[in-house]
Design a protein around this ligand. Structure first.
Ligand code: FAD
Length: 235
């Protein structure tokens, strides 16, 4: 882990309050897919730091990026006012929520903004043509909050071992191939028939991560050491 002053080179808006912030990075600096950074901003003259999973993959050279759901907090406001070309204080890489081909089969149970490190991992698996079979079960309230849909479609095309299943929890609308409802034991049994052979990953808001881990252990008898989690604490 090291401190860097990185130049902001691009801001992309996904939907109303979700944006990706991209920073220039020298090619030789590297990290593992799924790791996170800590960004420090000066707010009212005082340094404030928050963690963000990298939504970029180490195979994407020249930059790193994170994707944040902006809120009304002073940190979000400051972040939203950053200008292209500004240098920011970034500490990274950190975290053990990583996948780089170490298991033959894995499944990712994700809700909302928790998808950010999975974009990193799936992009890596697509670019490196990893042999592992990966399934993403990704729930969102509404279709516009299903982030990186185009990216995931391209990754699946690149590496057919990457399967992406969407489920919507909070609306009558649907999109092609999309399930309805929360991720629960029945959905895992139905969508991931070989779940007993897989490592499980879940990250995002702590309540969601906790619910997924309990469901896997209590209802599907998945042992604790086959579950990797990351809480977006402070979320
Ligand atoms: C390892 C890790 C990885 C993470 N990765 C991500 C990621 O990829 N993407 C991501 O979005 N988050 C991620 N998080 C969470 C992130 O660090 C922030 O905690 C989160 O984004 C909320 O930050 P915030 O500044 O918007 O809100 P906070 O300051 O944490 O505030 C929480 C809530 O309170 C409200 N609030 C706070 N202050 C005010 C105020 N003055 N006025 C009105 N309302 C207020 C906000 O609207 C917000 O809804 C991660 C956390 C960890 C630990």
């Amino acid at each position: 882990m090291q401190n860097y002053q990185l130049e902001l080179i691009e801001i992309a808006t996904h939907c109303c309050d979700v944006k990706t912030f991209r920073f220039a990075l020298e090619d030789e600096v590297t990290y593992l897919p799924g790791q996170y950074l800590v960004l420090t901003l000066s707010i009212g003259g005082r340094p404030v730091s928050k963690a963000f999973s990298l939504s970029s993959s180490p195979t994407e050279k020249g930059f790193i990026q994170f994707t944040k759901k902006l809120s009304q907090s002073p940190f979000s406001k400051e972040l939203n006012e950053l200008e292209i070309g500004q240098k920011c204080n970034v500490r990274f890489p950190m975290g053990n929520f990583t996948f780089y081909g170490q298991y033959p089969k894995a499944a990712f149970l994700i809700g909302g903004i928790g998808v950010t490190p999975v974009r990193s991992i799936f992009k890596y698996a697509a670019d490196r043509k990893l042999e592992s079979s990966l399934v993403l079960l990704y729930s969102s309230r509404t279709p516009e909050y299903l982030l990186f849909r185009n990216d995931f479609a391209a990754m699946h095309k690149e590496n057919s071992r990457l399967e992406i299943i969407y489920t919507l929890t909070d609306c009558d609308e649907s999109i092609e191939g999309c399930r309805q409802g929360y991720i629960d034991a029945d959905m895992v049994r139905q969508e991931i028939g070989d779940y007993a052979e897989r490592m499980f990953y879940s990250c995002g808001p702590p309540a969601m991560v906790d619910a997924m881990a309990k469901m896997l252990m209590n209802k599907l008898s998945v042992p604790e050491d086959k579950i990797v989690t990351e809480d977006f604490i402070g979320y």
